[in-house]
Design a protein around this ligand. Structure first.
Ligand code: ATP
Ligand code: MG
Length: 377
């Protein structure tokens, strides 16, 4: 089986690693250069989308900001999963919000802004404080503004107007500020036969808008809520593949923040902590194979390696600690890899995170240090 992934980053790389034992071969299409590359070595193995489509048995995507003409060609081939609609929904906050409403899934109050009048209306309807997000192209907290005081409105409007004018299809989605206690996410898979398998929820810590620490948690009540919303979204998209939902937890009630129609950073812990990892389950789903068990096999946390290309070797001496590098060139803040760390008995994972804090630089891994400080005090 040959699967083509749109996008040639770390997610395609990890799909390739997970697919090999099942004889699923991955090639990656770099949307920018139009090259077909090997997802591990990045060696160019071909060129052009039609060539790539022709060679593939199945086509999927590792990101949602994909030009419409590419999605259309892939969809026309009849090989594309989840679907052009699902990818567009994840890539455009207007469509995403409309879908959540249609599926009856709780989400933050919002208003779409295309003009200054719309902005004034949003301030009335959504209220202050407010979070403003570009409808297209945002990721890792980029393309966002916070309006905390009406006096900032003119200044923020100037920046937003520039963003809107930069593209004909751009707009801003204004959202009420949600006073959440924590953020959690649910990653799960839906098969071609409609079967659904979700992983345990992960609790997520962000540092400067970027995911830094993600820990699988057990909370049956929240899990039920999340699972119901997952099914509602997946069914309304007739989704096939791995899908992620990000939530705000407000005193035990979940609101969906956003969805990602793909394998997700907050699901990387499944490589060590679940019976079947998210990458394998995504491939199983899009290839029409039975889904694998999503059972937690041991408590696991994932730490993102941001902007660093070396780590102390002593990390590998910690039992249950695994490093996953993405083979990328170092850039400030860039996702370079992740660490998965596991514990076998109650309290062991927490103790290992504290041990990691003694080895990891506090500027590069503030979330781990903060965890250790809170745990030890
Ligand atoms: P990513 O790609 O990392 O998921 P993103 O750029 O798509 O991020 P969001 O997930 O929408 O953006 O927002 C980034 C972070 O900003 C959230 O994880 C949350 O911490 C905060 N945030 C977003 N929306 C709100 C809101 N309405 N109220 C309060 N905080 C918010
Ligand atoms: Mg997000």
């Amino acid at each position: 089986m040959h699967v083509l992934v749109l996008g040639a980053g770390q997610l395609a790389r990890m799909m390739s690693l997970a697919g090999a034992p099942l004889n699923i071969e991955i090639s990656a299409y770099d949307v920018g250069s139009e090259n077909i590359v090997h997802p591990l070595t990045q060696h160019v193995v071909g060129h052009g989308l039609s060539n790539a489509i022709e060679r593939a048995d199945v086509i999927t995507a590792e990101f949602e900001h994909i030009p419409q003409d590419i999605l259309t060609l892939c969809e026309q081939s009849g090989k594309f999963y989840p679907s052009a609609e699902a990818i567009k929904t994840g890539g455009d906050r207007r469509i995403e919000k409309a879908l959540l409403d249609k599926a009856g899934v709780r989400n933050a109050n919002y208003h779409v802004i295309e003009s200054r009048e719309d902005f004034d209306r949003a301030i009335e309807k959504v209220g202050i404080p407010m979070v403003l997000k570009s409808a297209l192209g945002g990721y890792d907290g980029k393309g966002q503004w916070r309006l905390k005081d009406a006096a900032q409105a003119d200044c923020i409007w100037q920046e937003m107007a520039q963003c809107i004018q930069a593209s004909e299809t751009q707009a801003i989605v204004a959202e009420e500020f949600v006073p959440f206690g924590r953020e959690v996410s649910l990653v799960g898979a839906r098969g071609k036969d409609g079967s659904v398998a979700v992983y345990p929820l992960a609790e997520n810590v962000h540092t400067q808008g970027v995911l830094s620490l993600s820990t699988a948690i057990s909370d049956p009540e929240l899990q039920d809520q999340a699972q119901a919303m997952f099914s509602a979204v997946a069914e309304s998209l007739d989704y096939v593949g791995v899908l992620a939902l990000e939530f705000f937890d407000v005193d035990g009630t979940l609101l969906v923040n956003e969805i990602a129609p793909r394998v997700h950073n907050s699901g990387h812990w499944t490589q060590q902590g679940a019976e079947t990892c998210q990458f394998e389950n995504h491939l199983r789903a899009v290839c029409g194979l039975p889904l694998g068990s999503t059972k937690l096999v041991r408590e696991t946390a994932m730490i993102n390696i941001l902007g660093e290309d070396t780590l102390p070797q002593a990390l590998l001496a910690i039992e249950g600690c695994h490093i996953h590098w993405y083979g990328k060139e170092k850039r400030a803040g860039r996702k370079m890899g992740h660490i998965n760390v596991c514990g076998d008995y109650s309290g062991e994972l927490q103790r290992k995170l504290c041990e990691l804090a003694t080895l990891l630089d506090s500027d590069a891994f503030p979330a781990v240090h903060e965890f250790a400080q809170n745990f030890e005090s």
